[in-house]
Design a protein around this ligand. Structure first.
Ligand code: SF4
Length: 984
């Protein structure tokens, strides 16, 4: 595909006459990729970005010119990292709007609704503008404004004391919205703490684990634009990531003839555009994928060359068929035998999909061959016990068709994600924090973050300094009342610092609320696997950059942002400097300027260093007469590689091969006891970073760590499998893992345009189920979970599979009367009370449901019901118009902000991947007489009991050689190797 728009004669002529902007001669064709050719590609040309004139829309029909400075930045409203252009009115230095940046290789000038809505977040009249400190008890809602200086001194002193007393594991940073490549790794490792915690195990860990078993790389990077057949598990576009960059490439692929299949229980927007909507019973996806695999194998549609060369089938045969000769033909025979039971009819029984559809799609995949792109994000991977097997079985189809890393296929994520070269990198920490990686979950793909309140309750440790960064577990996580209990207890959480751009249900229980910037108010380096290419994007504080261009000096970003809104990058530098003022802790040396000896690093210098060490960027910048940093400040993005295919074929250098050995039967090349690559067709290739350096169909690791039944891709029955649902009791599986496409996690609440579009989350129910229950759209339902219930309205629709219900998880925001007025576009006013078990209306019938039906364990003991902490939330008032500087706040027409369902879910930790299994078995009944819309009731003692029941499903460390975790597994912010051993 051409990267650059080639102007035609008429276009060149019009440019010469200045009838249209000259995007070609003045800038040269070497600029990054422009958007595709077309009459509407009228982005302002970069040479006019310092003074761009538009007529003021609000003055129409008068023609009142406004002069703008255009400064690029990166969207912060999902992980895709699309480019934005901010339009800053020069006269007032106000940001007026955000539009797409055509020079961004991932988004190419296009955005979803959430990108332009950044302007709402910046102008939100309820936003936090100054650092705030709690007064009174935690959660009381009383706050006082403080200075950044006092904040830094207080927190730094506390961290310094913890480090001096070797309480390193009590300093923890917990990230919600990530998006700054490697920055926090560097900070935490400079402090010497194993303090990184993330939200990933309630998000994408399930799917990631399935991919990691195959190839270590844990995310897919589909090349949709060049595919012949596209298979999506769930509406991943809307459910979270790569919405806009993937959507535009899927459409391109379809316009070039590709077919799209979407496996989703719900008729999502994406499914509605598909050639095949495959509404599977939730949790049955792996059975369907294996049935497709069987068809591809038995009908001989597999890619023999790829399988022969790049799959560890010899290891498999040696283990599973030791008496068979190690030939490829025997491997194919073994595959046929392994998957003989996964017939289309079996898959139909499990999923409800017609066997004929499964056969037809499988054949389309087989025919697509190396041009088969796939994606799996949350949904099935994050909903089910064993959800990780869905990604594992999906990738099996890519392996069978040889579409791994090919044009139109699916690459490993890391091939399309940039790793920066940072200054003064700190060494790995010498601690292992068992609050994050406990021994019960040795294979957990990320930190067991959602179990933290239960670990604290059990006395496994405590937190002295706890940072939450754009992170709202009270609302986003399951079991939010257990979070409220933990965060309210100062003996468990000593100092809670919420770094957040907006008030949140979690910030209400902090000691410090520190305002951090939105996109356009902060620095971050981002790079994501949006397509087959490699790019970096530079998020920058646009008003600071505007001032720089105007010759005004700014020391800290909060001097240019609204109020004293800061950014984490500078905050961490200043904090680190104060933790170690004399350098005795060995921290300070990691914050020295690479350009000015002994001086503190400035934020410009940090990014200058990275950009000067980014392949190709200095040369590109020089072509424009700019330094690398100036280039990134000017254009906001840089394409490091236009395409990134087949990187496993990269040759190992002759120097590296010196002293290496090659195994004659497997081709594995090792050096000093470590795998280096693999010999394929006489060539020493890098391969994949697995023990075999190939795609691991067979996993010795699963055997070594106590799960031999899952040594090859297989199907696990979910905790909400048909067999565990008693229809006679009104039970349904509930899908809570989708969201409406215009919503952000916690941060749509201050984006008025987004809430105007989406503001309620009813229960989706099929017409046949509604008729059976005698309900119609708008009726109130009580949805009973294992720990309580929520009351919501029903939406009767044909857009969901019969027998399954669903509810979007990005609505139901709340604030209490004592809380600062925040997010009033989105929050209902609620009353939260702890009530005794006698007062509770959690029925004994509901209590008897605290049951886990897993594939290996059935625990059902109604006698174990514990009456303990029962919480009730009731809506006092819905969303109302309010007076503010924004006239739109008086025009709010919606009153319904939805229902907070996640807080009624117990934790369901998958015993292998560690992923929270979101789907719920619920019992649905008509609302009781006393029920009101939005009511929530939860018993946290029961949630603790359910945590303990799921804990019993684990098979704890140690593994081989006393290991806590396989050495070849990645781990976020990896400690020194010796800490991987239990008794080290
Ligand atoms: S897809 Fe994500 S990064 Fe792109 S504009 Fe939408 S929210 Fe922003």
């Amino acid at each position: 595909m051409p990267s650059f728009h080639q102007p035609g004669f008429i276009e060149r002529f019009a440019e010469k006459l200045h009838l249209i902007p000259n995007l070609h001669e003045e800038l040269g064709a070497e600029l990054p990729r422009l958007t595709e050719p077309g009459a509407l590609t009228d982005y302002p040309p970069p040479e006019k970005w310092d003074d761009w004139v538009e007529y003021e829309a609000k003055r129409w029909p008068r023609r009142e010119p406004k002069h703008y400075m255009i400064v690029p930045t990166i969207c912060f409203n999902c992980e895709a990292g699309c480019g934005l252009l901010s339009y800053i009115e020069k006269e007032t230095l106000q940001v007026r709007k955000f539009e797409g940046n055509p020079y961004h290789p991932g988004s190419r000038g296009r955005n979803c609704a959430k990108g332009p809505a950044t302007i709402n977040q910046i102008n939100d009249t309820d936003r936090i503008l100054y650092p705030m400190k709690r007064e009174g008890g935690r959660g009381e809602g009383r706050w006082a404004r403080v200075t950044w200086d006092s904040v830094l001194d207080d927190i730094a002193g506390r961290i310094r004391k913890a480090l001096q007393e070797k309480r390193n594991n009590e300093v923890v940073y917990h990230v919600g919205r990530p998006g700054h490549e490697g920055y926090m790794d560097r900070i935490l490792q400079s402090w010497g703490v194993d303090g990184h915690n993330s939200h990933t195990n309630i998000c994408s860990s399930g799917a990631r684990f399935g991919y990691a078993l195959w190839q270590t790389y844990d995310r897919p990077s589909p090349d949709h634009a060049n595919a012949s057949f596209i298979l999506l598990i769930s509406a991943h576009l809307e459910a979270g990531h790569y919405f806009n960059p993937h959507a535009q490439r899927i459409i391109e692929g379809m316009m070039n003839g590709a077919k799209l299949a979407v496996m989703d229980t719900r008729l999502s927007n994406t499914a509605s555009m598909a050639d095949y909507w495959m509404p599977t019973y939730p949790g049955s996806e792996a059975a369907v994928l294996l049935a497709m695999a069987k068809i591809i194998i038995t009908e001989g549609m597999y890619n023999e060359a790829y399988l022969r060369e790049w799959v560890n089938w010899r290891q498999y045969l040696a283990h599973a068929r030791p008496n068979d000769e190690a030939t490829f033909d025997n491997f194919i025979l073994a595959l046929k035998d392994e998957y003989k039971d996964f017939t289309p009819e079996f898959a139909e029984k499990e999923s409800g999909l017609p066997a004929q559809t499964i056969i037809e799609v499988a054949r389309q995949i087989g025919r697509a061959g190396t041009r088969f792109s796939t994606h799996n994000w949350r949904s099935a991977g994050s909903g089910n016990l064993g959800g990780w097997a869905v990604a594992r079985c999906l990738h099996f189809l890519n392996v069978l068709t040889g579409s791994v890393g090919t044009v139109g296929g699916t690459s490993p994520s890391a091939w399309n994600k940039f790793k920066p070269n940072v200054p003064n990198k700190a060494p790995a920490q010498k601690f292992w924090n068992e609050l994050h990686f406990p021994n019960e979950y040795p294979l957990a793909h990320y930190e067991m973050s959602f179990l933290l309140p239960h670990f604290l309750k059990e006395g496994r440790g405590k937190l002295d300094v706890y940072f939450t960064r754009v992170f709202n577990p009270v609302w986003t996580y399951p079991d939010g009342f257990s979070w409220i209990e933990a965060l309210s207890d100062e003996s468990k959480v000593g100092l809670h610092i919420a770094l957040t751009p907006t008030w949140s249900e979690t910030a209400y229980f902090a000691d410090y609320v520190l305002p951090m910037g939105h996109a356009g108010e902060r620095h971050d380096l981002v790079s994501y696997e949006t397509h087959s290419g490699l790019w970096i994007g530079f998020r920058q504080p646009v008003l600071r950059e505007a001032k720089r261009r105007m010759g005004q000096s700014v020391q800290f970003t909060y001097e240019a942002n609204p109020g004293e809104v800061w950014e984490e990058d500078e905050f961490w530098i200043e904090l680190s400097w104060r933790i170690d003022p004399d350098g005795s802790l060995g921290i300070k040396k990691h914050f020295i300027s690479p350009y000015r000896p002994d001086e503190k690093i400035a934020i410009d210098e940090y990014y200058r260093y990275i950009f000067e060490h980014t392949a190709g960027l200095p040369e590109k910048a020089a072509q424009h007469g700019l330094t690398p940093l100036e280039y990134m400040r000017k254009f906001g993005a840089f394409e490091v590689e236009e395409t990134s295919y087949n990187k496993h074929l990269r040759a190992i250098s002759t120097a590296d091969l010196q002293g290496a050995q090659t195994d004659a039967s497997t081709g594995l090349i090792t050096k000093n006891g470590k795998a280096l690559g693999v010999m394929v067709n006489g060539k020493a290739c890098e391969g994949f970073p697995t023990p075999s350096r190939k795609q691991e169909f067979f996993s010795q690791t699963m055997i070594d760590w106590g799960w031999p039944e899952y040594k090859i891709p297989t199907y696990l029955k979910s905790h909400i499998h048909h067999e565990n649902i008693d229809r006679s009791k009104g039970e349904f599986p509930l899908i809570p893992t989708f969201r409406l496409p215009t919503l952000i996690h916690s941060r749509s609440g201050n984006a008025k345009w987004l809430y105007e579009i989406s503001n309620r989350n009813p229960i989706w129910m099929h017409t046949s189920d509604a008729a059976r229950l005698g309900v119609t759209t708008g009726d109130l339902l009580r949805v009973n979970t294992d720990i309580g219930y929520f009351v919501d309205r029903v939406w009767v629709t044909e857009g969901i599979k019969p027998g399954v219900v669903a509810c979007s998880h990005h609505l139901g925001r709340w604030r209490r009367p004592q809380d600062a007025p925040g997010n009033r576009w989105a929050t209902s006013l609620v009353e939260i009370k702890q009530v005794s078990s006698e007062q509770s209306s959690v029925s004994s019938d509901t209590q008897a449901q605290s049951t886990i039906h897993g594939p290996r364990s059935t625990i059902h003991d109604p006698r174990s019901t514990i009456h303990g902490h029962q919480w009730r939330m009731r809506t006092l008032d819905g969303i109302r118009p309010f007076k503010s500087k924004d006239a739109d706040s008086s025009r709010i027409f919606w009153s319904d902000g939805g229902v907070h369902q996640n807080i009624t879910f117990p934790v369901h930790p998958d015993p292998i991947s560690g992923m929270h299994c979101w789907h719920q078995k619920v019992r649905i009944e008509k609302a009781h007489a006393e029920d009101r819309y939005g009511d929530v009731m939860v018993d946290t003692a029961k949630s603790f009991a359910i945590y303990q029941e799921w804990l019993k499903l684990t098979r704890p460390a140690p593994g081989p050689n006393g290991l806590r975790r396989p050495l070849w597994f990645n781990r976020p912010v990896r400690p020194v190797e010796e800490r991987f051993y239990l008794n080290s």
